[in-house]
Design a protein around this ligand. Structure first.
Ligand code: SAM
Length: 238
């Protein structure tokens, strides 16, 4: 996806990027590639691929969820900032918290946010299992996103404790979504989530399958979750 396609395909979805926002994406691409030489941030470095598979793909969440309000969003395991940083560039009203267990990526994100001049962003080096136990973060977010972090049964335990009642958990999944949903039903039920909708579509140009799940937080998560680091993965709630 070249930049012109990026601009016009977002325009079709009602997102008009200002020259400042376009220059923020330019800078994001430049820093991603530059820092990727020193640390492992992404396997995708070709400019047109980054615009499609990282930037545009991240923004697809906004085709189904309203990010225009001043809401608190937590992105679990965002790595080099996906999906929350492209969303923040498009929707500056968002208050974004990223939690990632790899400190090098947090260092990159701090530098990136500085260079992009982003306000109301916070980066926390922690595991979601311990982060979700802390009173200042637990059940404090309107929206929690995660892309390419873990399968749904595991991911739900990392993310749902962070969502406040009435808020939404938004996992972004590729093709295995229906199988993951089947196995993830029990975890959702235990942790206070209810599947509201699955939005399936294909990414333009390469036509690969994507699924955006909308999970409503309908009741509080029992205090014992998340369990200690590593346990959600070793003993998933399946
Ligand atoms: C494959 S990367 C995906 C990054 C980004 N979400 C994306 O879509 O490009 C997974 C990220 O999740 C982080 N991660 C994995 N398990 C985690 C946990 N339990 N708590 C916090 N971060 C975690 C890793 O450090 C890594 O940065």
């Amino acid at each position: 996806m070249n930049k012109q396609q990026f601009i016009s395909m977002l325009e079709e979805k009602g997102i008009t990027l200002s020259p400042q926002q376009l220059s923020q994406f330019d800078t994001y691409y430049r820093l991603l590639v530059e820092w990727n030489e020193k640390m492992n941030l992404t396997a995708i470095t070709d400019e047109e691929e980054v615009y499609l598979k990282h930037f545009y793909d991240s923004i697809t969440a906004s085709f189904y969820v309203d990010f225009t309000k001043e809401q608190r969003l937590c992105d679990v395991g965002a790595g080099a900032g996906f999906p929350s940083i492209p969303l923040k560039i498009c929707f500056p009203n968002l208050h974004v918290t990223i939690v990632d267990s790899l400190n090098k990526r947090i260092t990159f994100l701090e530098h990136l946010a500085n260079e992009l001049g982003l306000q109301h962003v916070r980066f926390v080096h922690d595991r979601a299992e311990t982060f979700g136990k802390k009173p200042e973060y637990r059940e404090k977010f309107d929206l929690v996103t995660a892309r390419a972090v873990a399968r749904l049964s595991v991911l739900s335990e990392l993310c749902l404790p962070l969502v406040k009642e009435g808020g939404q958990f938004i996992p972004m999944k590729a093709a295995a979504a229906s199988e993951e949903l089947e196995k993830g039903k029990k975890a959702l039920q235990i942790l206070g989530g209810k599947l509201e909708k699955v939005h399936s579509f294909s990414l333009p140009i390469e036509e690969s399958e994507r699924n955006i799940l909308i999970i409503q937080k309908t009741k509080q998560t029992p205090k014992k979750y998340p369990r200690k680091p590593g346990t959600p993965n070793k003993q998933p709630l399946e």
